[in-house]
Design a protein around this ligand. Structure first.
Ligand SMILES: C[C@H](N)C(=O)N[C@@H](CCC(=O)O)C(=O)O
Ligand SMILES: [Mg+2]
Length: 365
């Protein structure tokens, strides 16, 4: 099975409600889809989310990186030579992690198809059913309480509450949600870099003192402020999770050596795909640190790949934030992984199992 050409498309799926964080507001999945064609007629699927505020990538930069840099280098290569292809993808450019992720995911999809097995089995196997949390956007307090209760009605038992705006209001937001859902859902907070280190310690201690039980607080301070991450981690009881501070293996080694977080959030769009996601998980495990697997605003193409990784690395990846498809108005993918609110399950189809993507706008051939 040889790679013949790479086709790019644009996918737009409106969200049920605008997704609001301390970093941005967005109302649709607007991702670049990769279809890697082979001489056997098999097609591998991948997806890249342009999240400029986190990875620095835009739709244009992703298209250019794949079309002009990564694509031409892997064309003609044998899918069976997976490790060589991965090396070419990762040495073809610095950064551009979402562009690399999209191509890597498509190549892994083909590699598993080549051997006729679902991808998670090729990655080591596991129980093909997992449970995700859902994100509650930062908003007015009453709206966040109502959204949290609606999520519980949909069957979600774990809520990821976005904060990181007006710190005093953040504390009130979390107290109000906790009072409304206590005993019915676990709460995780994600400040998306919105606080500084002293503010974070103050806010988290205020919540601890008020008896609010939090499973974790994600990325309280600026991505580059690793000292700040350590400052917060050392001073609060609540576990602190690194998200934007950690992209790939090198950052996770530095961060964990400094003991600057208790948990690591792995995202394929930050690691550059599956191979480094597995490395990050293994490095975290060596440090005795557990991981979450998360996503950007992505559809069920790239999130499916993250699900396969989550299943295969379930011993280390103990928390799941793969709610992209649940936030979207519909699932544009036929086949693949089944996203049924909080429950996500993988079938027996080879690779990612994607048969068709509805509404894909072709870009190049
Ligand atoms: C969608 C997921 N639950 C999430 O919150 N992901 C990111 C933000 C993604 C984005 O802005 O696209 C996170 O910070 O964890
Ligand atoms: Mg986050």
């Amino acid at each position: 099975m040889k790679i013949e050409r790479i086709e790019l498309g644009l996918l737009r799926v409106p969200l049920k409600t605008p997704f609001k964080t301390a970093l941005r507001t967005i109302d649709a999945v607007e991702d670049v889809v990769v279809r890697v064609h082979t001489d056997t007629g098999h097609i591998g699927h991948g997806e890249a989310a342009p999240t400029a505020v986190i990875t620095g990538e835009t739709r244009g930069s992703i298209i250019a990186a794949i079309d002009q840099v990564i694509g031409p280098r892997i064309t003609g290569m044998e899918v069976a030579d997976l490790n060589r292809i991965l090396q070419v993808i990762h040495t073809s450019a610095e950064r551009n992690t979402s562009a690399k992720a999209a191509v890597e995911i498509a190549v892994y999809d083909l590699w598993a198809q080549l051997y006729g097995a679902p991808l998670y089995r090729m990655l080591g196997g596991g129980d093909p059913v997992i449970t995700t949390d859902i994100t509650i956007s930062v908003d007015y307090i009453d709206k966040m309480v109502a959204d949290s209760l609606a999520a519980i009605d949909r069957g979600f038992e774990s809520l990821k509450i976005k904060v990181g705006k007006e710190i005093g209001v953040d504390i009130e937001r979390v107290k109000a949600i906790y009072a409304a859902v206590e005993g019915r859902a676990r709460l995780r907070l994600d400040a998306n870099q919105g606080w500084n280190a002293k503010q974070a310690v103050w806010a988290i201690r205020a919540l601890e003192d008020a008896g609010v039980e939090l499973e974790l607080v994600e990325q309280p301070v600026r991505a580059r402020d690793i000292e700040g991450m350590r400052y917060v981690t050392e001073r609060v009881h609540t576990p602190i999770m690194a998200d934007e501070s950690v992209f790939g293996p090198a950052e996770v080694i530095d961060l964990l050596r400094m003991r600057a977080a208790d948990i690591v959030n792995i995202k394929l769009m930050k690691t550059g795909g599956i191979s480094n996601a597995i490395r990050v998980a293994d490095i975290a495990a060596l440090h005795g640190v557990e991981c979450m697997i998360g996503c950007m605003i992505e559809s069920s193409i790239s999130v499916a790949a993250a699900v396969h990784v989550a299943v295969a690395k379930a011993d280390i990846i103990r928390k799941v934030d793969l709610d992209g498809p649940s936030l979207a108005q519909y699932d544009p993918v036929d086949g693949g992984v089944t996203f049924n609110e909080s429950e996500i399950s993988i079938g027996d189809a080879p690779g990612l199992g994607i048969r068709e993507i509805r509404g894909l706008q072709p870009l190049t051939a």
